[in-house]
Design a binder for this molecule. Structure first.
Ligand SMILES: [Zn+2]
Length: 196
């Protein structure tokens, strides 16, 4: 079952006409967990550990990164554009109690549009990952932005990340502290182009 807006033309690009690649820098680290087996499923879903976003989403991410840098933090990118076929694999991999944490392939995901990004923080001085209320893709109540039974630094980092991402042009969701949708995501098609 493919969503009706699915676009299969190759659009990954290194120019600004389509999706643009987020390259690692001093304050942006790329840690694409679904290109490894270091994720909640313990298996790899795609080969290339590369982060692609639409240009507006990438611009907003860079704006957030610049702001976080002044606060002493870098951005860790855990996932960005994800082909529709990967959303289908993820949907099939979770049991019914955890379906709320993955997008329904019938509608496609905002990740499939290159408009969603999963992020955490690291300390620029030490390089260490900043403490959060849960690990990335911990599909439990700890992932909720409303979860309070965690340390004060974890709460502070979660709030700071959200405040800066929203200021930069994203919307957060309640169920996952790490997930952000770029404003205007509705205007972009669902894509099924492999990451390369
Ligand atoms: Zn996400």
């Amino acid at each position: 079952m493919l969503p009706c807006t699915l676009q299969s033309q190759p659009v990954l690009s290194t120019d600004d006409s389509a999706l643009v690649r987020i390259l690692p820098s001093e304050n942006i680290r790329i840690d694409m967990r679904y290109a490894t087996d270091n994720n909640v499923f313990g298996r790899k879903f795609y080969d290339e550990p590369k982060a692609w976003l639409t240009k507006p989403a990438a611009t907003a991410l860079f704006r957030a990164a610049d702001s976080l840098k002044t606060l002493g933090f870098g951005i860790l990118v855990y996932d960005a554009y994800r082909p529709w076929s990967v959303t289908k694999l993820l949907w099939d991999a979770v049991d019914s109690t955890r379906k709320k944490y993955v997008a329904n392939p019938a509608k496609g995901s905002r990740h499939n549009r290159g408009c969603a990004v999963d992020v955490g923080l690291f300390h620029l001085d030490s390089g260490l990952t900043a403490e959060m209320p849960s690990a990335f893709d911990d599909f439990t109540e700890r992932a909720s932005i409303l979860y309070q039974n965690c340390s004060e630094p974890a709460k502070k980092h979660r709030e700071m990340l959200r405040n800066v991402m929203v200021w930069a042009g994203f919307k957060g969701i309640t169920a996952e502290w790490w997930h952000f949708d770029a404003d205007g995501w509705e205007q972009w098609p669902v894509l099924n182009v492999p990451i390369r």
